[in-house]
Design a protein around this ligand. Structure first.
Ligand SMILES: Nc1ncnc2c1ncn2[C@@H]1O[C@H](COP(=O)(O)OP(=O)(O)O)[C@@H](O)[C@H]1O
Ligand code: SF4
Ligand SMILES: [Mg+2]
Length: 400
């Protein structure tokens, strides 16, 4: 296993920002002073074959991040490097080549497929645009792809309306894989599907990743969906990235209060544990990206905000080595790829640091909550956990 620190990132995003003019119309771009700050100063890398989850509530800038990386919209500031090359400095021809290596799976399988095209035409379109193979070779490849994504190749001449939502999303996935890309930006690919179908599509994406070694930027608003597929997860709030971590650490030791509140809403499939958990409900509505709060953008809703939080924002900091080492330990990672050191909340140290408020993860081997990858509730103080068995563990349970 190679450490990510020694690998060359496939995609590198540096201080990316995207603002939209608040007013629409011909002169808005030039004269509008008010802007929607959709994405603000975010940085991350994606390594070959890795799944990088991007999660946050609706309107926090996830899709804008994906679209800006793909160069479907120009960034206001910051840089995107794909395979070491600055996308802003690429010629039109190079951008076309880059799009061959970077594909998109859209959220809505109903709106994203052209109803006038057969699924054969839809899946082969990227190959036609990039002049790949002869017509016969393309038809053969489409049949192969339909088979790989679990659709009947005999249905190549059918139209999208003849398929269910899950099948349509499989068509979108087949199309995204047509050119064997290195990176696919999956923009909420399962959020429009029924829960039972969601699992099938997630498993399919995982299988295809294992087969082709494709990296994913996996966008979702639901942490439980991201959990099933991601190697690392970034949490976004109002255009800012507030926490980046390997998935296991994020679920067992969330550092940022916003991540903690999102996680508290994820149900646990054990009614006894579920009963002991406390839901963290954030006060108020998310602020408007037209007028984002000063300092830490989360301060208007943060349960542990201090006066200074509204004054200035400090950059994400790395956690102590011990946590980083735990995150990179092969035994703790389900991924083939080692993870980068974890970065956490933005405060520099006590007394305002979110770290000082982070939930204490129980070190007891028999902790029922740790077994399912969640921190114990507030009542489980260190003291309770030092003596006797975990209060949440069912009597005689087999929790390791
Ligand atoms: N083309 C656009 N023009 C103006 N505002 C936009 C445009 N696209 C997105 N936005 C705004 O940017 C913010 C982030 O949007 P989006 O990236 O779609 O969020 P998400 O995908 O997280 O739901 C939202 O407030 C949205 O209204
Ligand atoms: S404690 Fe302050 S800096 Fe940390 S998340 Fe809350 S408001 Fe932001
Ligand atoms: Mg979106």
């Amino acid at each position: 296993m190679t450490d990510n620190n020694e690998r060359t990132p496939l995609l590198k995003v540096e201080h990316l920002s995207k603002e939209f003019p608040a007013e629409s119309g011909m002169f808005a771009k030039r004269f509008s002073k008010r802007v929607v700050s959709a994405v603000n100063d975010i940085s991350f890398e994606i390594y070959p074959g890795e799944t990088f989850g991007l999660v946050g509530e609706s309107g926090c800038g996830k899709s804008t991040t994906g679209r800006t990386i793909m160069r479907l919209t120009k960034p206001t500031a910051g840089k995107v490097f794909f395979q070491g090359k600055d996308v802003a400095e690429m010629s039109k021809h190079e951008i076309k080549d880059m799009r061959r290596e970077m594909q998109f799976i859209f959220q809505d399988p109903y709106a994203s497929l052209n109803p006038r095209m057969t699924i054969g035409e839809i899946v082969s379109e990227p190959m036609t645009i990039h002049g790949v193979g002869t017509k016969e070779e393309r038809i053969e490849r489409v049949r192969e792809l339909l088979d790989v994504v679990g659709l009947n190749p005999e249905h190549i001449n059918r139209y999208p309306h003849e398929f269910s939502g899950g099948q349509r999303q499989r068509v979108g996935i087949a199309r995204a894989f047509a050119l064997k890309p290195k990176l696919i930006i999956c923009d909420e690919p399962v959020s429009a599907l029924d829960v039972s179908i969601q699992a099938q599509v997630l498993n399919l994406l995982k299988e295809l990743q294992d087969k082709f070694g494709t990296a994913y930027l996996f966008i979702a608003h639901d942490l439980s969906v991201v959990q099933h597929i991601s190697d690392r997860v970034a949490v976004m709030y109002l255009g800012k990235m507030v926490e980046v971590s390997d998935w296991k650490t994020l679920y067992s030791e969330p550092h940022h209060p916003y991540t903690q509140s999102l996680l508290s809403a994820v149900p646990v499939p054990d009614p006894d544990i579920q009963k002991t958990r406390k839901r963290i409900i954030l006060a108020g509505d998310p602020p408007s990206p037209l007028d984002p709060p000063t300092g830490c953008r989360f301060h208007t809703r943060c349960p542990i905000a201090q006066g200074i939080c509204s004054e200035k924002l400090l950059s994400l900091r790395k956690l102590p080595r011990a946590t980083a080492a735990r995150a990179t330990s092969p035994s703790r990672s389900r991924s083939r790829i080692a993870h980068r050191p974890v970065v956490g909340c933005s405060r520099p140290g006590p007394p305002w640091c979110c770290f000082s408020e982070r939930p204490r993860t129980c070190r007891k081997p028999r902790c029922a909550l740790r077994a399912v990858g969640l921190p114990p509730p507030a009542e489980c103080s260190e003291k309770q956990h030092q003596g006797g068995p975990c209060v949440n563990a069912a009597e005689g349970s087999e929790i390791p």
